[in-house]
Design a binder for this molecule. Sequence first.
Ligand SMILES: NC(=O)c1ccc[n+]([C@@H]2O[C@H](COP(=O)([O-])OP(=O)(O)OC[C@H]3O[C@@H](n4cnc5c(N)ncnc54)[C@H](OP(=O)(O)O)[C@@H]3O)[C@@H](O)[C@H]2O)c1
Length: 313
Amino acid sequence: MDLQLTGKAAVVTGASRGIGLATVSALVGEGMRVVAAARVITPELKATGAIGVPVDLSTPDGPARLIAEAEAELGGLDLLVNNVGGGDAGEGQTGGFLTFTDQQWHDAFDLNFLAAVRTTRAALPRLVDGGGSVVNISSNGARTPHAGPITYTTAKAALTAFGKALAEEFGPQGIRVNTVSPGPVRTDLWESPDGYGAALARSMGVEQEKLLAQLPAAMGMVTGRLVRPDEVATLVAYLASPPRGQHHRRGPPHRRRRGQDGLNRPSHLKTGLRTTITAAVTATRTPTRRSTRRTAAAQRRRRFTRHDKEPTQ
Ligand SMILES: NC(=O)c1ccc[n+]([C@@H]2O[C@H](COP(=O)([O-])OP(=O)(O)OC[C@H]3O[C@@H](n4cnc5c(N)ncnc54)[C@H](OP(=O)(O)O)[C@@H]3O)[C@@H](O)[C@H]2O)c1
């Protein structure tokens, strides 16, 4: 399947392993030129052929440095994948609300929310030049916040809201912003002996592998298994592909209809990915101009109705 990404330029954050590494591989496989950021550039990341930039994205100036380096390497930018997130220490993340300190809240927001805000702020002027898209990796935990550390899921909920607001503001300028919200994915976050999964298993008094085996049923995952990083990466590449209108502008009307997945994508790309989208991860759709107009009209109607019901003096 040709996603029409050949030669285009992308930045992927949190790229040295897990979902980020799989995303870099998928985008390079589609012929994209990729700048990939992490604190440590792993041999696996080097092997993808992407340009690795070592940077701490939880710092205030790290994201802007990354985008400056990406511009120097790539020129313009077609895609930003805000993937960095999670956190370093598994320990201290499994308690209730009262156990979290201010510092832990700051750390969670710096990495899971502000890194995306700062990277997007630096990247958007480059994207605005020629259209392009942003894909944020949030989490199913943004909607089921009891399922992870409260600091993490709250920061991810902020990221989801951020993506939606960006989509509404920049959609009319041709920038697409989508948010991918995976359930548990088999990465170090769950599998490493130092990660969140290990700490959670210890706190529950069960073996880590046993916990991972029980997780899909406990979380009601329709896949019946944990998600693979390459499944998330496939969806990211799909969302990065040019909007359907650019392929089928002159096609017959039935080719221009939105498909069952509700995403504004080339119709011939939808079939193979529908399973991934519905079963493994979910994506928040960038509003089209028409849906933005519909939303505005609905808001006007609601305001009118509220006003109508106000008691008269
Ligand atoms: N795994 C899941 O179950 C799951 C589910 C839903 C959402 N997500 C989200 O998906 C994203 C990727 O998760 P993952 O499981 O693939 O994580 P992961 O395996 O822990 O990888 C995290 C990546 O981010 C980099 N990173 C961490 N801190 C960084 C920092 N301060 N500056 C720059 N890079 C940093 C890491 O490299 P260095 O350590 O070398 O910096 C690594 O490349 C995260 O946003 C996570 O919240 C994951």
